[in-house]
Ligand binder design. Structure first.
Ligand code: HEM
Length: 456
C-alpha cells in the first residue's frame, strides 16, 4: 500500500485518495460531498477502496468518475492482510449476489410498530395516571427511556441505508424516528457516526473515543490530554482532527487534577447524562452548522421534527403530571433511563478494544481495523432485542449496510474468515464486555494519575 501512497504526495493543498487502484482528486469535491467533508477527509492520502464500497450506493460511482486523475500499480499492504481483505470482499460480493443486502420490509414494519407501541403505552400511562400515581409516572419514564433507545437502534438502521433501496426514503424515516421520536438532530449523528465508521478507534480521528474532559478511554487519550495541558501554557496546544476546537481552560486543568484520575468511580453515574448531553450537542450542531448537504425540504423537515419533539415532550410533561417536582422528576428519570440504556450498549461496541494510532492505521487494511477494534456480545433473544443487533458489532462494521436481521446469519461466515487469517475475533458476554470497558478506563486513569503528578 505504501508504494501506491507515495504517488499521493503531491502539491501541499491537493487532496488525493485511491479507490480500486485509481487516484481521485477531491480537493474541491470534499466540501460538497453529500456525506460531509469531515468523513471524506479521514481518508485523504490513503487507499479508500473498502470504506468507499462499504458506504456508497451505485449512484456515487458515477460522481467518482468525474474526479479520476490517474492509475496506480496494484500494490497493497502485507500479504496476509491483503488475503484477508480479499476474502471479505469476496464474501461481500457473494452476499450481494445472493440478495443478503435486501431488507425484509415485513421485519422492519414489525420493528417500527412494536417500537411505537412502547411510546403509546408510556404516554397512555402518563395521560391516564400521571396526575395521581407516582409509580405510574416512574414506569412511564422507564418505558419512554426504552422507547428512545429502541428508536435509536431503528434510526441507526435507516441511517446506514439498510432498509430501503431509495436513499431519500431512508433519510425521511431516519428523521422521523431520530428527530421527531427521539429528539436528536440526525445530521449531527450521521456526520459523527460515519466518521466513527471510517476511522474506528483511531486515536484523534474517531469522535466516539474523544470524550475528554469527561472520560478518557485509553492511555493515548490520557497522554494526549495531559500533554495538551502542559503545552497550553505556551499557547501551543496540539490539535487533531476531532479536537481542534477543544477549549483550553481552567476547567480542563480542574478536570485533569480532580476528576479524571477518579473516572472509574463516577463512570456509571455519568452514563445517566449521556442521552441529555447528546441531545443538547445535536441541537446546538443543527443550529450552528445546519443539516449537512441536504436538500432544502429535508432540512426544513429535520428542523421541524426536532422542534415538534421537544414541544410535545414538554407539553405532555406539564399537561399530564401534577406539580413542578413531579414534572422535573419525570424529565430527569426518562432522560436518565434512556442514557443508561443507550450508553451501556455503546460502551460494549468498541471501548476496551485496541486503540490505533493514525500511523498504525495507515499501514492496516480497513477491514482489519474494523474487526480488531469491535466486540461481538453473545445474547439471547431479549438481549438481541435490547442491543438492537449491535451485539453483532464486528459484522455491522464490516458490512454497515447489511440489514439487522441478516447479521446473525452472516456472523459465522465473517468469523470463519477471521479464524482462517488469524485476525483477532473477539466475542464475549454483556458483563465481561462491560468489565473490559471498565478495565480500559482504569488503565487510562492510572496513566492520568502519573501524568498529573509529573506536571505538578
Ligand atoms: C471521490 C470520492 C467520493 C465520492 C464521489 C463520493 C460520493 C458520495 C455520494 C454521491 C454520496 C451520497 C450517496 C447518496 O446518499 O445518494 C456519498 C455519501 C457518503 N459518503 Fe462519499 N464519496 C466519496 C468518498 C468517500 C469516502 C472516502 C468516504 C469515507 C471515508 C465517504 C463516506 C460517505 C458517507 C459516510 C456518506 C453518507 C452516506 C449516508 O447517506 O449515510 N465518501 N458520497
Amino acid at each position: 500500500m505504501s508504494d501506491s501512497l507515495e504517488l499521493l504526495q503531491t502539491q501541499e493543498d491537493q487532496k488525493l485518495l485511491i479507490i480500486d487502484n485509481k487516484v481521485y482528486d477531491v480537493t474541491e469535491f470534499h466540501q460538497e460531498h453529500p456525506g460531509g467533508s469531515q468523513v471524506l477527509l479521514t481518508h485523504v492520502g490513503k487507499d479508500a477502496s473498502d470504506v468507499f464500497h462499504a458506504m456508497h450506493p451505485t449512484s456515487a460511482y458515477e460522481i467518482l468518475a468525474n474526479h479520476y486523475i490517474s492509475d496506480v500499480p496494484s500494490t497493497v499492504s502485507t500479504g496476509d492482510m491483503k488475503a484477508f481483505a480479499q476474502d471479505i470482499r469476496d464474501l461481500r460480493d457473494h452476499l450481494s449476489t445472493q440478495d443478503y443486502f435486501k431488507a425484509n420490509h415485513l421485519y422492519y414494519f414489525y420493528k417500527l410498530i412494536s417500537t411505537l407501541a412502547i411510546c403509546f403505552v408510556a404516554m397512555l400511562l402518563l395521560y391516564r395516571y400521571g396526575q395521581e400515581s407516582t409509580t405510574a409516572m416512574v414506569f412511564s419514564a422507564f418505558l419512554l427511556g426504552l422507547f428512545w433507545q429502541q428508536c435509536g437502534w431503528l434510526s441507526h438502521d435507516f441511517g446506514h441505508h439498510q432498509v430501503f433501496g431509495n436513499r431519500t426514503w431512508n433519510n425521511v424515516a431516519l428523521i422521523f424516528l431520530g428527530n421527531f421520536c427521539q429528539g436528536f438532530a440526525l445530521s449531527w449523528w450521521k456526520n459523527k457516526h460515519n466518521t466513527h465508521h471510517a476511522s474506528t478507534n483511531v486515536n484523534g480521528h474517531d469522535p466516539d473515543i474523544d470524550t475528554a474532559p469527561v472520560l478518557l478511554w485509553d492511555e493515548y487519550a490520557s497522554a494526549f490530554y495531559y500533554g495538551g495541558l502542559s503545552t497550553d501554557t505556551n499557547n501551543n496546544k496540539p490539535t487533531t482532527a476531532t479536537n481542534q476546537n477543544r477549549p483550553s481552560s481552567v476547567i480542563d486543568r480542574f478536570m485533569a487534577e480532580n476528576v479524571l484520575p477518579y473516572q472509574t468511580r463516577y463512570y456509571f453515574f455519568v452514563l445517566a447524562f449521556a442521552r441529555a448531553s447528546w441531545a443538547l450537542q445535536s441541537v446546538l450542531h443543527l443550529l450552528q452548522v445546519g443539516a449537512i448537504n441536504q436538500s432544502t425540504p429535508l432540512r426544513i423537515y429535520e428542523i421541524g421534527c426536532l422542534f415538534l419533539h421537544w414541544v410535545l415532550f414538554l407539553s405532555a410533561t406539564i399537561g399530564w403530571i401534577d406539580g413542578v417536582h413531579h414534572q422535573l422528576l419525570f424529565v430527569i428519570l426518562s432522560q436518565s433511563f434512556a442514557g443508561y440504556f443507550l450508553a451501556l450498549v455503546f460502551a460494549l461496541n468498541h471501548n476496551g478494544m485496541p486503540v490505533i494510532s493514525p500511523d498504525q492505521a495507515e499501514s492496516m487494511e480497513f477491514f482489519e481495523i474494523q474487526v480488531i477494534t469491535s466486540r461481538d456480545v453473545k445474547m439471547g433473544w431479549i438481549g438481541n432485542w435490547f442491543m438492537g443487533g449491535l451485539n453483532y458489532q464486528i459484522e455491522h462494521h464490516v458490512f454497515p449496510t447489511l440489514p439487522r436481521h441478516q447479521l446473525p446469519v452472516v456472523q459465522p461466515m465473517v468469523e470463519a474468515i477471521c479464524r482462517k487469517h488469524r485476525v483477532r475475533y473477539h466475542t464475549t458476554s454483556f458483563i465481561q464486555g462491560t468489565l473490559e470497558s471498565l478495565e480500559s478506563l482504569a488503565l487510562a486513569q492510572k496513566v492520568a494519575r502519573k501524568l498529573i503528578k509529573k506536571s505538578t
